[in-house]
Design a protein around this ligand. Sequence first.
Ligand SMILES: C[S@@+](CC[C@H](N)C(=O)[O-])C[C@H]1O[C@@H](n2cnc3c(N)ncnc32)[C@H](O)[C@@H]1O
Length: 258
Amino acid sequence: MRKSEAGEKPKEKTLALTDSQRQLMEKFSRLYHRWYGEVTASLQQVLQERYYPRFEGGVVLDVGNGGTAPDVQLGAETARKVDRFIALDNSSAMLTRSGIFGNQILGDCMEIPLASDSVDYVLANNTLHHFGLGKGQDPMEKIGAFFREALRVSRKGLIINELVIPKVAELVERVILQAVGFMPVFVFSESFYRQTFQRLELNVAEYETKSLMDLISPFTVVPPILEYHWLRVPALVIPYSFAFFVIEKKATKDTHSS
Ligand SMILES: C[S@@+](CC[C@H](N)C(=O)[O-])C[C@H]1O[C@@H](n2cnc3c(N)ncnc32)[C@H](O)[C@@H]1O
């Protein structure tokens, strides 16, 4: 039965989500605002001041939207000035976390159900580390596949805000991955992203990083690992940073010109 006939919330059963990812997101949707609301609000402030003014009159697709309404993500002024804000997420629990605000798509950002060149910019805020990683998978291939798909639908490019960890912490995760076989959350280092940009020859026009303590007080207590949200420590001992990068779409070669 179709959603409109049943009047039910959309279900993710046709999406490529593992049970562990679905369960994690259902739990996350209840805890997200309480534990990560302050960090998210600081990140949104940086994005709204520096990156979002360019959206005026444009169509923006936010992948891994997590139920963030346009005025919260873009700020009230930019939200008024965009032509359209489309929210896409593969978790029904996350997508509808703050209700129905319109233009919400339950879908996978690895296969975006939109035509090529149909939006101006694609945003992804702390989405990439939720793709998960399996033992034996090439992480660059997985992240690269997302960049290619997002660049396909965008006319101008991507604005990514992503959690990064030190290289040594990523190596520890790789050891854990060998033991557990699949991790629903896998956070990469900055050097991983730099190598990925080089390998894929992406046009990274802007890049900056902020540490967790640039964003919140060092004494704010947060759970560094969502799965173990009972483990809470002050921000000053958490080695997290957030990278902001703008990937511009390269102009396609005009094969008809001489
Ligand atoms: C940490 S939350 C971030 C939510 C929001 N962007 C924010 O900054 O507050 C990550 C979101 O990405 C979504 N996500 C993960 N993998 C996805 C995929 N392949 N396609 C679409 N959404 C995905 C999750 O369901 C989750 O809502």
